[in-house]
Design a protein around this ligand. Structure first.
Ligand code: HEC
Length: 182
């Protein structure tokens, strides 16, 4: 190979490694948590679309989306914020360090809601049922502080659509408290 061709090939490899979406390095918590957040956002969109167009509901796809959130919340999420607060790429507020318990509780709430959604998908293998839908006039709030995770039994007794809204409130509550908005 001539020198110029070698240079060309090496140049292409360098370019493709910039373009190719590569998985974040295992110890790059900032990239990991941002990738997880994006995946959870896509999963929430999938679920939201099914509630908007119930005929598109698939138990398998619904559960797959819920599981994306189950796998990235709780201690996994909390662990990805053990470090990297001052990283210039990050929009995480340093308050996470001082308010660790509150942050971790929100991460756990998120997981509990996602688990309840997974269970609802399992319990409704056919078309989306009325049981899964929010009833007109059903109170939407999660208590004065916005968030209120109930017992697992209580969670399973409220419609999946309501659980989904409580879950989204958890995203919003955590972002309002712990994510820098620029
Ligand atoms: C316990 C707190 C917490 C919860 C719960 C949470 N997030 Fe986040 N999220 C954050 C923080 C903090 C950041 C900023 C991370 C960073 O830049 O280092 C963030 C960033 C993001 C981003 C931007 C990622 C990027 O590429 O910069 C998206 C999208 C996102 N979250 C979606 C969601 C969705 C959807 C949910 C709920 C299903 C959710 N988050 C739940 C704390 C949370």
């Amino acid at each position: 190979m001539t020198t110029s061709r070698t240079a060309l090939v090496l140049g292409l490899i360098a370019i493709s490694s910039v373009i190719a979406p590569s998985a974040p390095a295992e110890d790059d918590v900032v990239a990991l948590r941002q990738a997880d957040m994006k995946a959870m956002s896509d999963a929430a969109k999938t679920i939201s679309d099914m509630f908007r167009a119930p005929e598109s509901y698939s138990s398998t796809e619904f559960r797959r989306a819920a599981d994306v959130i189950v796998d990235r919340s709780g201690s996994v999420l909390a662990g990805h914020f053990a470090d990297g607060m001052g990283d210039p790429r990050s929009k995480a507020k340093p308050d996470i360090v001082q308010e660790r318990n509150r942050f971790d509780r929100l991460a756990d709430d998120l997981r509990n809601y996602a688990l309840a959604l997974d269970a609802a998908g399992e319990a409704n293998p056919g078309p989306m049922t009325e049981r899964m839908r929010m009833k007109p006039g059903e109170p939407m709030g999660g208590g004065p502080l916005g968030i209120h995770v109930r017992s697992e039994a209580e969670l399973s007794s409220i419609p999946a659509e309501h659980v989904f809204h409580l879950m989204l409130q958890t995203c919003t509550t955590c972002h309002a408290a712990f994510r820098i908005h620029r």
